[in-house]
Design a binder for this molecule. Structure first.
Ligand code: NAD
Ligand code: WQD
Length: 341
């Protein structure tokens, strides 16, 4: 992929999408963002523009709208698609499975059909470490067995399989399946970051909201796991590192190597209490917490073997938990109510 190519970014107004747009723009790519703003706001794209000084054309629309997709591919010379658009709340997916399968699975099928009609065969897909279920050993390699424990995770697995079938049917497809571990942090400007519309499900935004006074205390889900301090261990990855992984994946597509899954993680895990302490350092406050029961469906530990991404994409995470927490805190403290601040 020439770095002057035009990339369609679905879900580009979201948390990972906005950070990736910045790294793509600074690498010279031209962008077109498609987002239905179901979990984001146009303000996020204005902020991307403020950071980069480059206007980001944003279309409000849905990946399930085939006619709209056809128009976009017709009107813009698109070379590749980075596909972030999706719903991602695990609990919600258990309560509303059809909504998740329609949005994530049908949406991806509709997108790929439009790509096929337009003759665009380069795709980077946002997958997740959730496809590994409860791994038998650690660190997790890409060739480990996959399984799903909830409709959200199953939607990612099904999409990975559909994309595999698509490649088998037509080897012109080039697909990078990026399996993200736990993205956290924010752009160092503090202008963009994660902005949950409801009570945060994820650890880092919850801690950040405690730090800013929006929540009283963190509930630590489980303190009897076989880990360093009994709390769950995850591979937290700075969202700017993750964004760079997408720039590398676009370059990888250019080699025409077909479909491949890559772990995007640091290779090192931290416990909930270690993350809490690191965030306390970053914000200079003591943060209240209580130890409560395990959250159903959680695994004790999960971290990546990121060797394949280093070997094949030339990508490696560079930022540690200090930067993750400092940048996450800058975003939260400058925007206590997120983009509504
Ligand atoms: P996000 O909700 O911030 O971003 C997703 C964006 O997609 C939002 O802007 C939303 O409005 C948009 N969107 C959703 N459905 C759409 C549709 N049908 N048509 C058009 N736009 C639509 O989430 P994120 O954290 O940036 O995640 C991006 C992708 O990465 C998702 O596919 C998610 O499943 C995946 N992922 C996220 C994590 C994580 O922890 N954040 C981990 C692994 C994988
Ligand atoms: C991390 C750790 C919790 C909140 C989820 C999805 C996964 C992927 C990333 C999209 C765990 C503990 C959390 C809290 C806590 N998303 N925790 N108190 O569960 O690893 O992964 O997000 O693909 O699919 O399942 O991330 O941030 O929710 O939890 O103690 O209020 O923090 O138990 O040990 P998780 P998380």
């Amino acid at each position: 992929m020439q770095s002057t190519a035009r990339v369609l970014v679905t879900g580009g107004a979201g948390y990972i999408g906005t950070h990736t747009c910045i790294q793509l723009l600074s690498a010279g790519y031209q962008l077109l963002v498609l987002d239905n703003f179901s979990n984001s706001s146009p303000e996020a794209l204005h902020r991307v523009q403020a950071i980069t000084g480059i206007e980001v054309p944003g279309i409000e629309g849905d990946i399930n709208d085939a006619a709209l997709l056809d128009r976009l591919f017709e009107q813009h010379a698109i070379d590749a698609v980075i596909h972030f658009a999706g719903l991602k709340a695990v609990g919600e997916s258990v309560a509303q499975p059809l909504r998740y399968y329609h949005n994530n699975v049908s949406g991806t099928v509709t997108l790929c059909q439009a790509m096929q009609r337009a003759g665009v065969f380069n795709l980077v897909f946002s997958s997740s470490a959730t496809v590994y279920g409860d791994p038998a050993t650690l660190p997790i390699r890409e060739d480990f067995p996959t399984s799903a424990t909830n409709p959200y995770g199953r939607s990612k697995l099904i999409i990975e399989e559909i994309l595999g079938d698509l490649y088998t049917s037509d080897p012109r497809w080039n697909v990078a399946l990026l399996r993200y571990f736990n993205p956290v942090g924010a752009h160092p400007s503090g202008l963009i970051g994660e902005d949950p519309s409801d009570i945060p499900n994820n650890l880092m935004p919850y801690i950040a909201q405690v730090a800013v006074g929006r929540r009283e205390r963190l509930s630590v889900f489980g303190s009897d796991y076989p880990t360093v301090d009994g709390t769950g261990v995850r591979d937290y990855i700075h969202v700017m590192d993750l964004a760079d992984g997408h720039v590398r994946a676009l370059a990888w597509l250019q080699q025409g190597l077909g479909i491949k899954a890559f772990n995007l993680g640091t290779g090192r895990g931290y416990s909930v209490l270690e993350m809490l302490k690191a965030f306390e350092q970053a914000c200079g406050k003591t943060l209240a917490y209580e130890l409560v029961a395990r959250r159903p469906g959680d695994v004790a530990s999960c971290y990546a073997d990121p060797t394949l991404a280093e070997q094949e994409l030339g990508w490696k995470a560079t930022l540690g938990i200090e930067a993750m927490c400092a940048d996450g805190w800058r975003w939260q403290s400058q925007n206590p109510e997120g983009y509504r601040s």
